[in-house]
Design a protein around this ligand. Sequence first.
Ligand SMILES: *[C@@H]1O[C@H](CO)[C@@H](O)[C@H](O)[C@H]1NC(C)=O
Ligand SMILES: *[C@@H]1O[C@H](CO)[C@@H](O)[C@H](O)[C@H]1NC(C)=O
Ligand SMILES: *[C@@H]1O[C@H](CO)[C@@H](O)[C@H](O)[C@H]1NC(C)=O
Length: 190
Amino acid sequence: MEKLCTFLILYSSVHAMAHGNSVDEGPEAVQEWFKNLPNAKEKVTQLHFYFHDIVSGKNPSAITVAESNSSLDSPTMFGVIRMMDDALTVGPEPDSKIIGRAQGIYGSASMEEIGLLMTLNLVFTHGKYNGSTLSVLGHNPILHKYREMPIVGGSGVFRLARGIATANTVWFNATSQDAVVEYSVIVLHY
Ligand SMILES: *[C@@H]1O[C@H](CO)[C@@H](O)[C@H](O)[C@H]1NC(C)=O
Ligand SMILES: *[C@@H]1O[C@H](CO)[C@@H](O)[C@H](O)[C@H]1NC(C)=O
Ligand SMILES: *[C@@H]1O[C@H](CO)[C@@H](O)[C@H](O)[C@H]1NC(C)=O
C-alpha cells in the first residue's frame, strides 16, 4: 500500500511536469499545500491582458444561449445570456499573443442600464500561470469607464486567491457588439 502511494505521488508529479503545469494538482499535493499554509507568505500579483469578446462573424467566441421574448425589445437586452470562450491576449490587437481564455457566462441583469452579471474563469495557458485559474463573479456596467469586479477564488498558483479585476473597454462596435476590453487584475494569494 505504501509502495502504491509512493508510486501514485511520483506518477502525479511526473504527470504534472510532463504537461507543463507548474503546480501539482493531485489531491495529496493539495493536502500538503494546505498543511504548509501557516508558513506560507501572502503575495500580491498583478496581471494585465486584453479580453476579446467576439459575438459576430463566422467564428464567434461568445454565443447567445438563452433570452426571453422580451429581451430584444428591452433597451438593456435584459435577460440575454451568452456563453463565452474569449481569448486573453498580451496586447489589444486581434492577432496579439494569446495567454489564456475567459470561459464562462455573462447575462444582461439590469433593467436600468446595460449591466452584466459576469461569472467566468480566467484560464491561463502560458508561462508560470499555465494551468492556473482565477474566478470572477461581478457586476459589469459596460458603458462605465472602469468596472471593478471581485476575484472570488483561484486554482493552481492562485489557490485561495482574492482580488479585483478592473475592466476598461478599449474598442466596441455597437453594431456587431464585438469588444476588446483591457483587464487589470490584482490578487492576494500564497
Ligand atoms: C501549458 O500546459 C498544457 C497542459 O498542462 C501543455 O499542454 C502546454 O504545452 C503548456 N503550454 C505552454 C505554453 O507551456
Ligand atoms: C415567445 O415567442 C414565441 C415565438 O414567437 C411564442 O410562441 C411564445 O408564445 C412566446 N412566449 C411568450 C411567453 O410570450
Ligand atoms: C462594426 O460591425 C459591423 C457589423 O458587423 C461592420 O459592418 C462594421 O464594419 C464594423 N465596424 C468596424 C469599425 O469594425
